[in-house]
Every structure is written in structure tokens, then in C-alpha cells.
Design a protein around this ligand. Structure first.
Ligand SMILES: [Zn+2]
Length: 321
């Protein structure tokens, strides 16, 4: 079977050659996204191993500035890799070149890293930073959502197993366009779920590329809000998942059918997901929108992090929404 797979992969590579995202060299049959030599040098942060790390300190410093007298749980933070050198091409491939497969691959990798960290063990809700509907429509996808779904699925499936009978019905749901591959996490019972209906971008913001730290913060402040009820497509998708789940007597997603406010108030540990962490302004704006609805710990996870200090940022990446 493996031989047959190799054969098809070799044939696909012959017809549609794949290139390394970093150096551009042609990939071998067992290489995914990066060639072996680039894969050996990925600047991983290893932040998931430390509950307190430079990225978490930077984000908590932002929270501290806005917090006033309120006392809230420390926000944990982790990024998979540093945003530097030629490796910047990995988040860029996802964000600007539509490489969803790389996003899913590295989102899942980050999810498995978080799953190995005790301080992320109680994560039950993953929320991607939303795009304004018009930007999502023009790009065709939300890069943070691609990462968040893969991350939630990896967190959910680590140490869990799906009932074997699920496969066929999920395939039917998928064929009808109602169930995505990522919803299989929901069908395996209570675990970590990714929800895109709990936070919306209420207004379109300027691209952040050339803004100063203060301008970035002003640009995204109050851009996000929690809607009163989920959108029609979200409700339709959850209805399909529920019908399949009932037929298989699978324990229901504990958050199913509740209003966004109720879901948020019953969550234990929420992880906000974005592609790149620079000043933390966008993630803070999301945090501030969610905070009135929940007392859960709210942590953050990103694919890449720009090195810097709470007051200054080194380098200047493209971090527009
Ligand atoms: Zn390479």
C-alpha cells in the first residue's frame, strides 16, 4: 500500500514539481514543504516548553498596560518559529500565496507541541483572529482560521481516538459540503473545539505594515466584537454535525447550540490564534472583546513571532490583516 502511495506521489511530483518554501530547490518524494537541509534549521522558538517566555511576557505587558485594577489569569503564549531570515517565507506562503497545505501542516505541528505542554492541557476552545468579511471574501480564506482548525484538531486528537464508525458518515457530510475535515474533532466527543462564530471583525482596518506600535494599537482597538448569535452557515454546519453525532450516539460537543455568550462563559481555557505575533495589538483587541463574556484564561498561539521587547520590535514584517 505504501509503495502504491509512493508511486502516485512520484507521478504527481513529476507532473507538478513541488519546491522547498525556503530555498526553492525541488522537493524529494518524502519531503513536505521544506527540503531536508532547510527543515533541519527551522528557527523553532520552543516557547511551548516554558509557561513564562519572552512572547508571553510581551503579551502580558500589553495586558498590564490596559488592565487597571482588574486581576486576570496570566496569558500563556507560544509561537512555532521565529519570523526571521528566509524562514519568513513559511508564514508568507500561507498568508499571501494561498498555501493552505503548509498552514495546515504547521498548524498541526504547533498543536502537537502545545499538546505536550502541561499548561495548555486544559484548552477547550480555539478561536482564530477573524478577518473582515470583505477581506476574507477577496482572499478566499482566513489564514488564522486554517492554522486554528489544524491546531484544535491536533490538540483534540492527541491521546483521543475517534469511534471507527464515524468515517463513512463524515464522508457523506463532507460530500454534501456541510462537514469539513476539521469537524471530525467535534465528532470524537468533548475535546478542543475551534469556533469561528464567537468573534467577528466589525470594521475593516488599514493594513498594519507601515504603522508604528501606537498607530497599530489605535488601528485595531474595538475592531472586534462578540455577536449575539452565530451566523446561518455556522448553525447549518453544526446542525449537520449534530444529526450525524446523534445517529452514532456520540457524546455531544458541550458547546453545541449555545449562544456565543454562553459558549464563552462556559469555556475553561481559550487560545486565540493568529499567523504572526508582532506588537500583540491585534491579539489584544480580540482579548479585550472576549474578556467581558468570560473569566476563562485566554492564551495566544501563532505560527511565527517577531523577535523584540515589549517596547520595541526588531525588523519590520508585513503584518497586515
Ligand atoms: Zn530548502
Amino acid at each position: 500500500m505504501e509503495r502504491l502511495q509512493d508511486y502516485f506521489r512520484a507521478l504527481a511530483d513529476l507532473l507538478f514539481p513541488r519546491a522547498c518554501l525556503v530555498c526553492g530547490s525541488r522537493l524529494g518524494i518524502h519531503e513536505r514543504h521544506l527540503c531536508l537541509s532547510c527543515a533541519a534549521d527551522v528557527p523553532y522558538t520552543h516557547f511551548w516548553r516554558q509557561s513564562h517566555n519572552p512572547m508571553a511576557d510581551r503579551f502580558n505587558a500589553v495586558l498590564e498596560r490596559h488592565r487597571g485594577t482588574e486581576r486576570m489569569a496570566y496569558a500563556y503564549a507560544a509561537a512555532l518559529m521565529y519570523y526571521k531570515g528566509p524562514y519568513r517565507s513559511i508564514p508568507r506562503a500561507l498568508k499571501y500565496h494561498g498555501d493552505l497545505s503548509a498552514g495546515q501542516f504547521y498548524g498541526a505541528l504547533l498543536g502537537r507541541r502545545l499538546a505536550s505542554a502541561p499548561h495548555f492541557a486544559d484548552v477547550d476552545l480555539v478561536i482564530p483572529v477573524p478577518l473582515h468579511w470583505s477581506r476574507r471574501w477577496s482572499r478566499g480564506y482566513n489564514q488564522a482560521e486554517v492554522l486554528a482548525r489544524a491546531l484544535a484538531e491536533a490538540l483534540s486528537s492527541t491521546g483521543r481516538s475517534s469511534p471507527p464508525s464515524v468515517g463513512g458518515l463524515v464522508a457523506a457530510g463532507r460530500a454534501a459540503g456541510l462537514v469539513s475535515a476539521h469537524d471530525t474533532g467535534l465528532l470524537s466527543g468533548p475535546g478542543t473545539v475551534c469556533r469561528t462564530d464567537l468573534l467577528v471583525r466589525a470594521r475593516r482596518t488599514r493594513t498594519q505594515t507601515r504603522l508604528s506600535v501606537e498607530e497599530k494599537a489605535r488601528n485595531v482597538a474595538s475592531a472586534f466584537r462578540v455577536p449575539e448569535r452565530s451566523g446561518t452557515m455556522d448553525r447549518l454546519r453544526r446542525w449537520a454535525i449534530r444529526v450525524i453525532g446523534n445517529m452514532l450516539h456520540i457524546p455531544r460537543d458541550p458547546f453545541d447550540w449555545e449562544s456565543p455568550c454562553t459558549v464563552l462563559s462556559s469555556a475553561r481555557h481559550i487560545v486565540l490564534v493568529d499567523d504572526t505575533f508582532t506588537t500583540g495589538a491585534t491579539l489584544y483587541a480580540c482579548y479585550a472583546a472576549l474578556r467581558p463574556y468570560t473569566s476563562a484564561r485566554i492564551s495566544i498561539a501563532t505560527l511565527a513571532v517577531v523577535e523584540g521587547t515589549p517596547s520595541g520590535i526588531e525588523g519590520s514584517p508585513s503584518t497586515g490583516p
